[in-house]
Design a binder for this molecule. Structure first.
Ligand code: ADP
Ligand code: MG
Ligand code: MG
Length: 503
């Protein structure tokens, strides 16, 4: 494993550097758990910078809540440059692919049928909205607006970036992620001279990260193409959201760029005071038209505690406002679709010219549908549970099954397996990383997952190349987690925000 500073022989409390002594802790900002005196000043600078530049999260309630610095890696984590470049190049093709999938009613129907039946409370409910008003010829606009994030892990065995998943709904950290890159660039300057020459961070190895600007640009372009001068943007948010600053950074950037305000509402509030405008059929709330609806909620069953939230979701979908994403695109991002695309000839049908390159990032994906597949895939998973991940149709982290749990499920509880997929487990290389969490520094053996954002706008027929007026690289995000943890979400508490150091 690789790390930027030398593993230091100095023990906690050594006389070399009083700041490393826990008994004479002069620090307001850092309480470290790390035996290296060079960490403390850098960690203090990092935490101070984070507060000063809005690299922060809230503790719970939107108003009057406590604010913390976001969980971050102190230094960027090494990542192979060629793998990064390949992931960056190939990712826009996945935006095009998933949009094409979302417009193929027969394929969506066939692929999601069993998952909708086996998971009636959630996938089934979304499917009903799609049927009622979310498909082409039945309410869907001939436009799609996407802020996507495709996640990859470097597979040590093959040297390839293998795709973990494509997120089409409610991707996050475009705001905080670009700030982490700036933080790491700042620390590269700040630590010059502290660190041995061979360990010095070089700025040219730290790729610029435009994810905040790109996310804002996507919303601006979506708003402009709706041609409704007096409309706002609606951001659909969760009750008690903690990641509000990430979201508001984007809203502020939109406001600075085109002078358009963002209204933040939960599904419950939308159910109470949202309407469809009689003339335009655009969504309106408290009398204000919203021509763009940007979902940062509604991707998890917990966002729908009652019928009120489902009614709100249906109302939004029925409107002629531009949804990011439409329910069709949301459903296209299901793990079940990812698995179906891996089947022979399927990806090739959607993307005849690019399938060969795109295939390179596919991990092994297996279905439980039909008696034959069911038996085969169960056998495969049980043959070596440590080599697979069992995934339901869920988002947001913390839902997958590994190891013992995977084994138990495959042995004893097979009824709803058609709502799951089995995936080859990817084994990325590990690194020794110093993480900062709520003012505490920890040194942890860790793994990283690279997210590549995409900015996407289609106006018109999905099969026309000129309709894709925007399909761009939207910046990147590295998320780093303890090697001992299976799951990886930052918001779910497993990982920290990080940036790649290209080597
Ligand atoms: P979600 O939509 O909930 O984020 P993911 O498919 O991204 O679902 O899985 C959550 C986390 O589980 C990932 O961030 C990653 O850390 C881990 N994970 C998922 N798939 C794999 C895999 N095939 N190999 C190794 N780890 C995986
Ligand atoms: Mg996801
Ligand atoms: Mg994920």
């Amino acid at each position: 494993s690789f790390r930027f500073r030398r593993s230091n022989k100095t023990r906690r409390g050594s006389q070399n550097d009083s700041s490393s002594s826990s008994s004479t802790n002069s620090s307001m900002l850092v309480n470290d758990d790390v035996d290296d005196p060079t960490i403390r000043p850098t960690a203090e600078e990092a935490i101070s910078w984070a507060f000063q530049h809005g690299l922060v999260v809230a503790s719970g309630k939107e108003t009057a809540g406590q604010v913390f610095h976001a969980p971050v890696a102190l230094y960027p984590t090494p990542f192979p440059k060629d793998v990064f470049e390949f992931a960056k190049e190939i990712t826009p093709k996945f935006a095009e692919l998933y949009d094409k999938v979302s417009e193929d009613d027969a394929f969506m129907r066939e692929t999601l049928r069993e998952a909708a039946l086996s998971d009636p409370e959630f996938t089934g409910r979304l499917w009903k909205i799609y049927e009622a008003c979310g498909k082409r010829g039945n309410g869907r606009l001939d436009k799609e607006l996407g802020i996507l994030r495709t996640d990859y892990m470097l597979d040590t065995r093959s040297g390839m970036p293998l795709q973990v998943e494509v997120n089409t709904v409610s991707t996050s950290f475009m705001g905080l992620g670009s700030k982490v890159t700036l933080l790491h660039q700042h620390l590269a300057e700040y630590t010059k001279g502290n660190i041995d020459d061979d360990m010095k961070l070089k700025k040219e190895n730290m790729p610029t990260n435009d994810s905040l600007n790109q996310a804002a640009k996507t919303l601006c372009e979506g708003w402009k193409c709706m041609e409704c001068e007096n409309a706002s943007i609606l951001m659909v948010v969760q009750e008690g959201e903690t990641n509000i600053f990430d979201q508001r950074l984007i809203s502020q950037k939109v406001f600075e760029t085109i002078g358009v305000k963002t209204i933040r509402k939960t599904l419950r509030e939308i159910n109470e005071s949202g309407r469809l405008d009689l003339k335009t059929n655009l969504f309106s709330i408290d009398g204000q038209l919203c021509s763009v609806i940007y979902f940062r909620a509604g991707y998890s069953p917990s966002d729908f505690p009652s019928e009120a939230q489902w009614e709100a979701k249906m109302l939004l979908e029925k409107s002629s406002s531009l949804k990011s994403p439409s329910v069709a695109m949301h459903l296209a991002g299901s793990k079940k679709i990812q698995q179906a695309l891996a089947e022979e000839g399927v990806l090739e049908k959607f993307m005849p010219n690019d399938a060969t390159e795109m295939r390179k990032v596919f991990a092994g994906l297996y279905s439980f549908e039909g008696e034959k597949n069911m038996q085969k895939t169960i056998q495969l998973g049980l043959s070596n549970p440590a080599d697979y991940v069992l995934k339901p149709q869920r988002e947001g982290g913390g839902n997958n099954l590994y190891g013992k749990e995977l084994k138990e499920k495959l042995e004893n509880d097979t009824k709803d397996l058609p709502a799951y997929i089995l995936m080859q487990r990817i084994f990325p290389p590990s690194h020794q990383v110093t993480m900062l969490r709520k003012g505490l520094a920890h040194e942890i053996e860790s793994l990283s997952e690279l997210g590549i954002y995409g900015s996407y706008l289609r106006k018109g027929d999905v099969n026309s190349n000129t309709a894709r007026v925007m399909n761009e690289h939207g910046g990147s995000l590295l998320r780093t987690k303890a090697a001992s943890s299976d799951e990886g979400g930052v918001a779910a508490g497993y990982a920290v925000l990080d940036s790649p150091y290209l080597v």
